[in-house]
Every structure is written in C-alpha cells, then in structure tokens.
Ligand binder design. Structure first.
Ligand code: HEM
Length: 491
C-alpha cells in the first residue's frame, strides 16, 4: 500500500478514536428527560416556589433516573430508595464527588470538607470524623454536654411565662453551643454579641441559599456574576463568617499547647505544624477556616430548624404530643434529665422523632454530588463530573416504603406490637461514603432536646390545630420552617 493510503487509514482511525472518546467523555449516554430549550433548559418545567414538587412530576413521566437542564447546566436526578441506594452505596466511590455549586465557588474554591473533592476531601473527612469522635461525638461526654445545654434552654423557656414567642433564636443558640463546644472548645452565653452575629449570619445564609436567586446564579453564573442581587449577599455573608472564624483561630494559635489540644481548631493547628514541610498538604489555613465554617453552619441550622418544625408539629398534633408526654412520664419521670439510654425504652417517642425528620425533609434535594469518573449506571453512561441531584425527599416520601407518605403518622416507624420499626428509606442524612458526618450527634441532640422540652412543657398555639400551617416559608437548599408563635405551658 502506498504511503498516502496508510496515512489516510491512520488518520481515519485517529478521527474515529477521537470521536469515540468525545462521545464517551462529553456526550455520554444520558437518561431520558424533558426536551430542553436553548438557554432556558427545562426552567419552564420547574416551579420556582417548590422545585421538589416539579421534580416529582418529572419522575412520574420519565422514571426514577432522569436528565434535567437547569438553564444550560445538565444534571441527572436520582429519585426513590432503589436508585439512590444503587448509586450512593453500590457505586459509592463513583458517586462521592461534590457537585459544582457556582454560588459557593467564589468563597470556597473547592476547599473545606463540604465542597472539597478527591484527596483533599478524603483527608479532611477522615480527620473531621476522628476529631469529632475524640471530642465526644456519639459518646457520653457529648451526651452530658447536650443535657447541660438543654437546662440552659429550659431556664430561658421558663422566663417566657407561658406567653407566645418565636423559638427560632433560642433554639439556634442552644443547638449551636453543642458544635461550638467541640469546634471552639466553649459554649457562649445566649446574649454574647459575637455569637449572636454568627448565628444571624448563618440564619441569613441558609435563607439566601434557599431563594430562587441562588438557583438562578447556579444556572447562569457567567452572566449573573456581573449583576447585582441575592448572590452578592451570599458572598458577603460567607466572607463575614470567615472573618469571625479567622479571629477565633488566631486566639487559638496564640494560646496553643500542642500537648493539650482543647478543641477541633487546636487539633487542626497541630496537624498543620506536623505537615509544615509538605507542600501538597491539605492541612492549610484556608481548609481550617472553611471546615470550621462548614461544621458551625451545618451543625447549627439543620438541627435548630428540625426542632422548630418538631414543636410546630406537636402544636398541630396534640394527640401525638399527649402520647409522648405519657411515655416520658412512665420511662423518665419528672425528677431526672432524659438520657440516650432511655431511647430504647421509648419506641413511640423515637418513632415520632423519625416521623418529624421524614415529613420535614429538611434538605429535600440533598447536597449536589457529581460522579468522579465515567460511570455506567443502569445502562446509561454518565461522563466524569456529571452533576447529580440526590432527591432525598423522593425517598422520604416514597410510597413503597411509607404507606401514607403525605400524612404525619408516627405509625410509619412502629410495628403492630408498638415496637420501633426501622425503615431503609429513612435517609434525611443521605447515605453512602459522603453521608452527613454529624449524624450521630444530630440524632442525640434531637432526642435529648425533644424529650427534655416535652418533659417540662406542653406546647400551645393561639390557633386551632387545623389552622396551623406547617408549609415551609421557603423551599430551596433547605426547607425553611414557617415563622410562628408558641406558648410553653409548664407541666
Ligand atoms: C438534623 C440534622 C442534620 C441533617 C438532616 C443533615 C443532613 C446532611 C445531608 C443530607 C448532607 C449531604 C450528604 C451528601 O452529600 O449526600 C450532610 C452533609 C454534611 N453534614 Fe449534616 N446534617 C445534619 C446535622 C449535621 C451536624 C450536627 C453536623 C456537624 C457536625 C453536620 C455536618 C455535615 C458535614 C460536614 C457534611 C458534609 C460531608 C461531606 O461532604 O463529606 N451535619 N448533612
């Protein structure tokens, strides 16, 4: 064969390989989904007020795994227990990347445990889990800290003298003090100005992240970064929080005794010192500030919002509250503080707390993930870095696992004999390698706060139960509970 012919064949092979590579890596074989419009994608199919509801409608049409265009951005949505488990557990390694959240990018730049990927994430997660455990997460020492903090809360609650008040600020202070004890080595008075500023910033941050502005920015960041709007507020809130945290770290640095680490920050500083000569270390000041920011914000807002919903639901369902009162009275009594060991003797209360977390569905769409490599999944090919929505709400409301998913009913977690019944579709903390690192602490807090409050008070509303609205004021990243007034009547 002539040289020219050989070259032509070689060129043909090269082009075929490049085309195949491009197809595999760029185009993939994506799940079905609604036809996107240029620039707008599938925006017209999504309700800005209630995106999860629109996603459920699309699931009914396209099945549990479908492709969606948020503006020009392509994402794959996973719905229902089977699809989520198959992806996050069975293909755990491939689905453990954190997705691209443009609105957070400018502040996080892929650093800090929540937004990190690859080696950086692995190192930060391992260190965070070990350090949280060393400071008592999941153990008696944190249990005692929560019991003590709950008493401070009761003191404040007693001062309301049965008059109506909004519990938001007190619940934020008390739950935040638990993560503060680990991260900053201390609790704060509920009147402490710096503490209140940090809580206010956190509260505003989650509110802003749950508005349609945040979603719009994620879709059209290229244009929106030049326009004014809510996204600028998110950036400013994060920068302010970073400044507060950096100041706290400075105090730790000045008083550090490497033999006696007092808190998470000290442990991280010691690790930084050990790795001083390593140029590729993940133990950097930026990672410290952002990981502390992650723990403080995630550890405060999720639990306090869940407790806000919990008290609201008890006002709406007084018959459930009465049964919880009964169980507390017979198992704990009035003369000692509830303890974690009581949980196994309190199946009804345990079921109520699970049911609260299920219906509240605090992070309905989870936190965006992405695949870490080209991934074959259910006959589709998802190219590396494909963003994935883990639709946790579709699992918590999966009719295959909960007989009446729309109804608040603790029986969802009770056997016929009244024993607590586990349910695999209970995934408020997500599942797999990247599930919530604070789960055991959060579960302990929810149980101890809920039982301690109801041991001491009955909740009352000025509205009739049927008129109490439990719909979130905003549903985005977080389902933000409605603002309401509550009366606590001593028992
Ligand atoms: C009711 C309370 C809580 C709920 C419902 C909750 C839920 C979640 C969910 C759904 C995720 C996303 C996991 C994923 O990517 O699939 C997450 C991640 C995370 N949570 Fe929580 N969380 C709660 C409390 C806490 C607490 C108390 C802490 C602090 C210790 C915490 C720290 C974190 C961190 C650091 C991550 C990121 C983990 C990673 O990317 O590896 N959370 N949480």
């Amino acid at each position: 064969m002539e040289l020219e012919g050989v070259l032509t064949i070689l060129l043909g092979i090269c082009l075929a390989i490049i085309a195949a590579w491009k197809w595999r890596h760029k185009e993939g074989r994506f799940p079905p989904g609604p036809m996107p419009l240029p620039f707008f994608g599938n925006l017209l199919q999504l309700s800005p007020k209630d995106p999860p509801k629109s996603l459920l409608a699309l699931r009914d049409k396209y099945g549990p795994v479908f492709t969606l265009y948020l503006g020009p951005r392509r994402v794959v949505v996973l719905c229902g227990h089977e699809a989520l488990k198959e992806a996050l557990v069975d293909h755990g390694e491939q689905f453990c990347g954190r997705g691209d959240v443009a609105i957070l990018d400018r502040s996080f730049k892929g650093l800090g445990i929540v937004m990190a990927n690859g080696e950086c994430w692995k190192k930060l997660r391992h260190f965070t889990l070990i350090t949280l455990k060393n400071f008592g997460m999941g153990k008696c020492s944190i249990e005692e800290r929560i019991q003590e903090e709950a008493q401070y809360l009761l003191e404040k609650f007693r001062k309301t003298k049965g008059l109506p008040f909004d519990p938001t600020y007190l619940l934020s202070c008390t739950t935040s003090n638990i993560i503060c004890s680990i991260v900053f080595g201390r609790r704060f008075e509920y009147e402490d100005k710096t503490f209140l500023s940090m809580l206010d910033l956190t509260n505003k941050l989650f509110f802003e992240l749950s508005t349609p502005w945040a979603k719009l920015y994620d879709m059209y960041s290229g244009i929106m970064q030049y326009l004014p709007g809510g996204h600028k507020r998110i950036y400013n809130l994060l920068e302010e929080l970073k400044t507060f945290i950096a100041e706290k770290i400075k105090v730790n640095q000045e008083t550090l005794d490497p033999k006696n680490p007092r808190d998470f920050i000290d442990c991280f500083l010691i690790e930084m010192e050990k790795e001083k000569g390593n140029r590729s270390t993940e133990f950097t000041m930026d990672n410290l500030v952002l990981t502390v920011l992650n723990l403080f914000t995630a550890g405060t807002e999720t639990i306090s919002s869940t407790l806000r919903y919990a008290l609201l639901l008890m006002m709406k369902y007084p018959e459930v509250e009465a049964k919880v009162h009964q169980e507390i009275d017979s198992v704990v009594g009035a003369n000692r503080t509830p303890a974690v060991k009581d949980r196994m003797n309190m199946p009804y209360t345990n079921a109520v707390i699970h049911e609260i977390q299920r219906v509240v569905d605090i992070l309905p769409l989870g936190v965006l993930r992405k695949v870490t490599e080209d991934t074959e999944f259910r006959g589709y090919l998802l190219p590396k870095d494909t963003n994935i929505i883990t639709f946790l709400g579709s699992v918590l409301y999966d009719p295959k696992y909960f007989s009446d998913p729309e109804i608040f009913n603790p029986e969802h977690f009770l056997s016929e004999e009244g024993h607590f019944k586990k349910n695999d579709a209970f995934v408020p903390f997500s599942t797999g390698k990247r599930a919530c690192v604070g789960e055991s602490m959060a579960r302990m807090e929810l149980f101890l706060y809920f039982t301690t409050i109801l041991q001491n008070f009955s909740v009352k509303s000025s509205l009739a139960p049927k008129d109490i609205n439990t719909s979130p004021q905003l549903s985005g990243l977080l389902k933000i509970p409605p603002i309401y007034q509550l009366c606590l009547v001593p028992r």
